[in-house]
Design a protein around this ligand. Structure first.
Ligand code: ATP
Length: 748
């Protein structure tokens, strides 16, 4: 009655839509087809499964082309009451079995994943019912004894245990920060107060992180309600004090699920009225609503969806599938699988804790980074810092930038300045990098002078790629003594690390250098050792992806191939990640090299593709992919060989990659790095004043690496780390780009 000898995967998106679901859909389909396994799209979520027929259709390689940049879900989504009943699920089982499907990948929230698990558990009895009712025969039933499921979390709320990020949360954060940045400028112009309501029924992630990323004045989240009875009074007092201290904009971010300590909802309209009445200021309310679900997915969400989709197929087809359904998530840049229902239960325990008014428990359940972010937020938005403790040693800590500008440098500086001053120390800004340190271009930075820096691109302190040499060391040593500098934070890229290392090496000649020095990775190239990600790389990636989306749209009419060159020096991170996020068919990396044979084969693939209906080609090259086969060479080669079949255009994206305001992720990372760096400088000045280090994000952890190890951890001739974790993802990007010619797809 139904095919028995082939595995077929059913795929659905369910619950609220989230940007990046399409990337996951594309990835599931292409990963499965690459293994010769067919995927059936179940349209409109569980509704489609219950209704069957045309709602369950085979998906081809091409049917999921051109969807990466689209928000929402091409499969459609719904909330389906019928699936909550056994009768509905029996119908769903019948519809799947009629198509030979007994593997199911569900992309949705905790409700959708719970539904999938109930369905899985009931499957054998549902199949038995179908046989009894004569709807399927015993042989068919025997062919489908069990349902294999895997879950991906698509939800903008980022509320699921078991994954650092849910698909859609990063994009929602983009939408919110864009809106708050825009509101902040008008609020500052008119000294107005704005209340901004963001989504998150039981989860304050979007509210907290957007407040942290924009430097908003106040935040209300469900997990941590105001502790005082008359919170309105306290909030107004503090906001008034901020205004008096010179802050021009007042922005209060309210999570839609915000509550007071008694569990009563705090509605954004109410907050607006309170502020208007008590502050006597013109107060406006903006409810962001569905804007947060809208627009093109961020680079991160596209790549997250792609990696998780690939892993879901890998898992569901694995002989080690096991008897517990798994949730496929991401922990510290690595895909993980965890028992699905444990994750759902732990997720629900947060809302249960909130309901039971056990707010401390709710915060603990949210995890370390959430709590740390909350603490940092509270410090950085204080009206004024705590005064120094009587008799405390007030360190004089200098901050300088080095390297090309990286979006997020200002965010890191603001955070470190405020965290340092709040701990009673004196923060010194060095203008123009190591040159400024040698020239004595140094001044104290005040608490209020970094207002607004959280969201500002560029580098207010100035930055350049100058590395100290010769006489500079003498001048720098003199200034360290003159300004009584107790520690230095270098925020920057390669030259920052080189400069810091040069000071370390010159300690024997200049005892003044025997102070702690810490390097914070900030470069769009993501080419620094000891950190999987550097501040600025995410913004650059989003800039590239935005530009390529536009470039692709410009080519609707003709058969055209674009060759796009992106930055990165000898490091291919931006090229590979932007290639994966934009659906490039080929990415050229310095790490891999480019040969004439590669180019010949690429030309052949392009010709075959355009002959068989392709209308758009996209090749991305890292700027240093190959010094002979330049972008001009490649474009000319493709143009010549393409003949009348397609034409070729090239685009060198250049400095737009370094510009713009930092992405929310870069702001959050910059702030988190800054928090660890200030701790390092403060703690070590007392204990071990000789230590110098570079900080990095490794997996989920912030790690300090001894600066002496800098030369050992890099490939000096290529200016990149010896180990680059993201190279593992190259294989997946290749699989997404084109079907392997050796794969025979068993497709209807
Ligand atoms: P979001 O986070 O966007 O709300 P969600 O997946 O949690 O997403 P829900 O409305 O809870 O959204 O669930 C979506 C659908 O999943 C429901 O309409 C229903 O069809 C199915 N579902 C949810 N919970 C169950 C359940 N306990 N049993 C069967 N089906 C369920």
């Amino acid at each position: 009655m139904t095919p028995s000898d082939t595995v077929r995967i059913g795929l659905l998106t369910s619950g609220g839509d989230a940007q990046g679901m399409n990337a996951a859909v594309r990835s599931v389909v292409r990963s499965a087809l690459n293994r010769g396994v067919e995927v059936y799209g179940i349209y409109e979520g569980y509704t489609g499964m219950v209704e069957g027929g045309e709602r369950i259709r085979s998906l081809s390689w091409d049917s999921v082309g051109g969807i990466l940049h689209q928000g929402g879900t091409v499969l459609g989504s719904s909330r389906c009451e019928a699936f909550r009943t056994r009768k509905g699920r029996r119908l769903a089982a019948l519809n799947l079995i009629l198509q030979g499907i007994d593997h199911l990948i569900v992309i949705g929230g905790d409700g959708s994943l719970t539904g999938a698990n109930i369905f899985r558990k009931e499957w054998p009895s549902l199949v038995e019912d179908l046989v009894k009712k004569g709807l399927i025969d015993q042989k068919t039933a025997d062919n489908h004894p069990a349902l294999m499921i895997a879950g991906l979390v698509g939800s903008i709320d980022n509320d699921m245990h078991g994954t650092d990020m849910t698909i859609g949360a990063d994009t929602a954060l983009h939408r919110i920060t864009e809106a708050i940045d825009a509101i902040a400028s008008t609020a500052a112009s008119h000294q107005r107060t704005f209340v901004v309501e963001v989504m998150g029924r039981n989860c304050g992630y979007l509210a907290l992180m957007s407040a942290l990323a924009t430097g908003a004045s106040w935040v209300l989240i469900p997990e941590n309600p105001p502790t005082v009875d008359k919170w309105e009074e306290r909030m107004c007092e503090i906001l008034k004090a901020k205004r008096q201290a010179g802050r021009r904009d007042t922005i209060v971010v309210v999570s839609e699920g915000a509550i007071d300590k008694f569990g009563n909802p705090i509605k954004s309209e109410y907050v607006k009225n309170v502020l208007e009445e008590r502050l006597g200021e013109d107060t406006r309310l903006t409810i962001l609503g569905h804007v947060q679900r809208g627009g093109a997915p961020s680079a991160f969400d596209r790549n997250l969806g792609t990696l998780l989709g690939y892993a879901a197929v890998d898992h569901i087809l694995s002989p080690d599938y096991g008897d517990q359904p798994q949730l496929i998530g991401m922990r510290g840049n690595r895909v993980t699988t965890l028992p699905l229902m444990d994750c759902v239960d732990k997720t629900r325990s947060v809302s249960d804790a909130i309901k039971a008014k056990k707010y401390q428990d709710a915060m603990i359940l949210r995890g370390g980074s959430f709590n740390e972010a909350y603490k940092t937020y509270l410090t950085t938005v204080r009206t004024l810092p705590h005064p120094p403790k009587p008799g405390q040693k007030r360190l004089r800590l200098a901050i300088l930038h080095s390297g090309s500008p990286a979006p997020g440098m200002n965010t890191a500086t603001r955070a470190v300045v405020r965290l340092g001053i709040d701990r009673g120390h004196i923060m010194l800004g060095v203008h123009n990098g190591f040159r400024g340190l040698a020239a004595g271009n140094i001044e104290e930075i005040e608490w209020l002078s970094v207002n607004g820096w959280a969201s500002r691109g560029g580098a207010e302190l100035g930055t350049n790629r100058y590395v100290p040499i010769g006489r500079d060391f003498y001048d720098i040593a003199k200034n360290i003594e003159e300004y009584q500098i107790d520690g230095i934070l270098v925020i920057g890229g390669w030259t920052g690390y080189q400069g810091a290392y040069a000071l370390l090496e010159n300690r024997k000649n200049y005892p003044a250098f025997e102070i702690p020095i810490i390097c914070l990775p900030a470069t769009i190239n993501n080419n620094l050792p000891g950190s999987e990600l550097s501040v600025g790389a995410d913004t650059a990636l989003n800039n590239i992806v935005d530009a390529i989306d536009k470039i692709k749209q410009s080519a609707v009419a003709q058969n055209r191939c674009f060759v796009v060159e992106v930055m990165g020096r000898d490091c291919g991170y931006l090229a590979l990640m932007s290639g994966m996020a934009t659906g490039a068919e080929r990415v050229y990396l310095n790490e891999e090299g480019v040969t004439l044979r590669d180019l010949q084969s690429d030309v052949e693939n392009l010709i075959q593709g355009f002959k068989h209906g392709k209308r758009l080609g996209l090749m991305i090259r890292n700027e240093n992919a190959n010094s002979i086969y330049t972008i001009n060479f490649m474009s000319a080669l493709f143009e010549e060989e393409g003949g009348d079949l397609f034409d070729v255009r090239q685009a060198i994206l250049g400095h737009l990659q370094q510009g713009g305001n930092p992405s929310p992720f870069d702001r959050i990372q910059a702030t988190r790095f800054a928090t660890s760096c200030i701790e390092f400088l403060i703690d070590l000045s007392d204990n071990d004043s000789k230590k110098c280090a570079f900080i990095g994000l490794v997996g989920k952890e912030f790690k300090f690496h001894i600066l002496d190890d800098f030369p050992r951890s890099i490939d000096e001739s290529l200016l990149r780390p010896k180990y680059q974790w993201w190279m593992d993802q190259q294989e997946i990007a290749k699989i997404m780009a084109q079907p392997s010619p050796s794969i025979k797809i068993n497709q209807a």
